[in-house]
Design a protein around this ligand. Structure first.
Ligand code: NAD
Length: 348
């Protein structure tokens, strides 16, 4: 059921199969140098094994960077289930995945990701204790989105200090793309900070709800990246910063929650050349994993623990931005370098 596959770039990669429930998926542990590999479980339809493997390898590597950037004693891992969450998800399938995770004896901790819910995590928890993102239990961390939004908001303040000379966001015009779990909470924080908001979502009901709640301006979702604002906050999908969108961006700074905002290796440099400050996504959106980490590490007094790490994350962002400015390079490059140095320096 759990078959180890050879992979040079990652510590461990497994194929997970269970004939009875129809489970097909993969678990990847990119690095356990800083601690047990932690990262969510994603369920979606893939165009075959190769596509699923590529996704789990990229995502688990990304988690190593995100956990290190958040200053957590956790490595990077991820799991994927191949299938349609709406049609193929069953208790048997989730429990089979739980047994596979359990067999790794704590080297990998899972949590919620795309296609998964806290109820699904509870199902997995019937088979293993190496699962976080639960709704109930002594150390349950619940929905990470409000903490993710706080981290993004703090990062935005750090960026504003460099671009606009003040951390105060009052009167700043921010374009928020995606009004889901994180985007909505970010709008709330920005509204409280008296920022001006333009928003977009593919779901008209979410737009209507946000306009009603905060009296903001709705923008065509196809044009939100090009809105004439001070800050662009991508909080929806990955790959939004690409060769087509970058020339159209009019904001002076980009800071949002979405994972993998850059579509390719040249995008950070293209933004740098246009004089747009890009705040590395995996540093800005680390609040969610900090929230989950409190559950994995079984922190009893979670609120001050989380707060301390959010503050440290903001300081780290400021440090990255200062170094990037000093060297005249993209903050994305500095963030990658810092994390890679840390991962190499830490003894196994
Ligand atoms: P979500 O699914 O709750 O919300 C995403 C929203 O984006 C939805 O309302 C959807 O309709 C909208 N959307 C999708 N495509 C769009 C488009 N092209 N234009 C405009 N809107 C579009 O997701 P979420 O939990 O709010 O997460 C948002 C992003 O942040 C994702 O990329 C996620 O991976 C990342 N992230 C989330 C967390 C967290 O704590 N939830 C943590 C770290 C990173």
């Amino acid at each position: 059921m759990l078959t180890r596959l050879a992979i040079p770039t990652h510590e461990e990669l497994y194929r997970v199969e269970d004939r009875e429930s129809g489970l097909r998926g993969f678990i990847a542990l990119h690095s356990t140098r800083l601690g047990p590999a932690a990262g969510g479980l994603r369920m979606r339809v893939y165009d075959g094994d190769d596509a699923a493997i590529e996704d789990v390898l990229n995502l688990s590597r990304g988690m190593s960077y995100k956990n290190a950037a958040a200053g957590l004693p956790l490595g990077g891992g991820k799991a994927v289930i191949m299938g349609d969450p709406a049609a193929d998800k069953t208790s048997g399938l989730l429990r089979a995945m739980g047994r596979a995770i359990n067999a790794l004896q704590g080297r990998y901790w899972t949590a919620e990701d795309m296609g998964m819910s806290p109820e699904d995590m509870a199902e997995i928890a019937r088979e293993t204790r190496f699962v976080a993102g639960l709704d109930s239990g002594r150390h349950a961390s619940g929905d990470p989105s409000p903490v993710t939004a706080r981290g993004v908001f703090n990062a935005m303040r750090a960026g504003a200090a460099q671009v606009f000379g003040t951390t105060d966001l009052a009167g700043r015009h921010v374009a928020v793309q995606g009004l889901g779990h994180v985007g909505w909470h970010l709008c709330l924080l920005l509204h409280e900070a008296r920022a001006r908001l333009s928003v977009a979502d593919m779901d008209p009901a979410r737009v209507a709800g946000t306009v009603k709640e905060f009296g903001v301006t709705a923008v065509d979702p196809r044009a939100i990246h090009a809105a004439e604002t001070d800050i662009f906050a991508p909080c929806a999908i990955g790959g939004i910063l690409n060769p087509r969108s970058i020339p159209e961006i009019r904001a002076r700074m980009i800071c949002g929650a979405a994972n993998n905002q850059l579509s390719g290796s040249g995008d950070a440099q293209a933004l740098q050349e246009r004089g747009i400050l890009y705040l590395p996504d995996y540093v800005a959106n680390g609040g969610g994993i900090i929230n989950v980490a409190a559950e994995i590490l079984q922190i009893d007094d979670r609120a001050p623990w989380v707060e301390e790490r959010l503050t440290a994350m903001q300081a780290r962002m400021t440090h990255i931005l200062t170094r990037a400015k000093g060297e005249g390079v993209s903050p994305a490059l500095i963030a990658d370098r810092m994390v890679e140095d840390e991962l190499l320096q830490t003894a196994v």
